[in-house]
Design a protein around this ligand. Structure first.
Ligand SMILES: Cc1cc2nc3c(=O)[nH]c(=O)nc-3n(C[C@H](O)[C@H](O)[C@H](O)COP(=O)(O)O)c2cc1C
Length: 391
């Protein structure tokens, strides 16, 4: 269906609307990748290098089955929302992602850096996986995970694909510690250039909340985003023994996000991970490392059927999802597309993004003559030589 005021027909159009709606620093913060953005670009470009096997013309399945299960949760399509902090994108914050994903019949990751407490977000979508980084000592991480579990988070995601990238060639946007009067005054010219954005916040009587309530010490106040980030930078990176310890604390599905190497995938299996996500944090880990889709086949081969394999990074259409599934993914996660959808249309915009992907997956299965996503195999795609990271 062609785009209308309340509907966008492609993820590219959601991004254009987000760019027009958001103040430049907010849009840029979503857009950014590490350093020159080589990996960020490769995440998207690599999908264009993969082609489909020639389509079939008859005996095509009249109905296609897109449902699957991830981390013990049944989902209507093999796409979930990747954890992202959405501090300034929309006044409804992560609750908007929860409502949009619930409408789409799928699950969401909720970042510890989210602007809303897990207790309120999970009310809008009970299919919620809570995500932490190795951002604190064992005691505090345990408390954070326990808090999420107590309200019903059904899985824990440990993200290890962030290496504190800085020195971005397109410049890091200035983001204030607090949205106080001084910060508002400094932002005023940019806010006035985006009257729709300003009006949306004024209508809600809110201002972007730059605190991170899920990282509060027990009973303490929510720390500021940057204070929490600086504290994380002081934490020693985890060992596999640390990761095994965290896994042992969580009595339920456990995913490690950021696995790009078969040897790390095997270590993840050793510590009992339920799933791994092949990810470079949307091009925000070490710049110049490969697109996540290039690393997927080797990781999927190392994991076999011992765990679920997810992929995130660069998914922009349903066909991209099918390519990832054909190369061994159980499902995929999307980051920026969710944020663009939220900026463009709130919870309905998030649901719109998932509907675009759902329809795209369905059409691709039809053309390939596959009745279900479980029927996809590597024979459904054509890879150029040298595409994959060697096993
Ligand atoms: C603005 C922004 C914030 C993010 N915040 C988090 C986070 O808090 N935790 C996390 O695990 N990943 C975070 N990510 C990474 C995403 O979960 C995901 O790996 C990435 O966005 C996937 O690539 P895509 O944006 O091309 O879909 C963030 C990504 C972006 C763009």
């Amino acid at each position: 269906m062609a785009s209308t005021r309340d509907w966008f027909e492609s993820v590219a159009e959601a991004r254009r609307r987000a760019r027009r709606h958001l103040p430049a620093p907010v849009f840029q913060a979503i857009e950014a990748g590490a350093e020159a953005g080589i990996t960020r670009e490769d995440n998207v470009r690599a999908f264009t290098e993969i082609r489909f096997a020639p389509p079939r013309v008859a005996e095509l399945p009249a109905q296609r089955d897109l449902g699957t299960s991830v981390l013990g949760t049944a989902i209507a399509l093999p796409v979930i929302a990747s954890p992202v902090g959405v501090q300034a994108v929309h006044p409804v914050g992560e609750a908007g992602i929860a409502r949009g994903t619930a409408q789409a019949g799928t699950a969401m990751g909720l970042s510890e850096f989210a602007s809303l407490p897990v207790e309120s977000v999970i009310r809008a979508n009970p299919s919620l996986f809570f995500q932490v980084h190795w951002s604190a000592g064992r005691h505090d991480l345990h408390l954070r995970a326990e808090r999420a579990r107590a309200v019903g988070a059904s899985a824990l995601i440990l993200t290890l694909d962030w290496a504190f990238a800085s020195g971005r060639d397109w410049g890091s946007p200035w983001i204030p510690e607090r949205m106080d009067a001084a910060a508002m005054a400094r932002y005023a010219p940019r806010l006035l250039a985006r009257p729709g954005y300003l009006a949306r916040w004024l209508r809600c009587g809110a201002r972007p909340d730059l605190t991170v309530p899920n990282m509060a010490a027990a009973g303490g106040p929510a720390p500021g985003f940057f204070a929490a980030y600086r504290a994380w930078q002081q934490v020693k990176p985890p060992t596999w023994a640390d990761i095994a310890w965290l896994r042992a604390q969580w009595d339920g599905p456990f995913m490690i996000k950021g696995i790009m190497r078969p040897d790390d995938a095997r270590r993840a299996l050793d510590i009992g991970a339920t799933a791994v996500s092949v990810s470079n944090h949307g091009g925000n880990n070490l710049d110049g490392t490969p697109a996540s889709i290039r690393a997927l086949p080797a990781v999927a081969a190392a994991v076999g059927d011992q765990a679920e394999v997810l992929l995130d990074g660069g998914i922009r259409r349903g066909g991209d999802v099918v390519k990832a599934l054909a190369l061994g993914a159980t499902a995929v996660m999307i980051g920026r597309p969710v944020l663009w959808g939220l900026a463009a249309g709130g919870p309905a915009g998030v649901a719109n993004v998932f509907e675009i992907l759902r329809a795209g997956i369905d059409r691709t299965l039809l053309a390939l003559g596959r009745q279900s996503i479980g029927d996809l195999t590597p024979d459904d795609v054509l890879l150029p030589s040298g595409f994959t990271v060697p096993r």
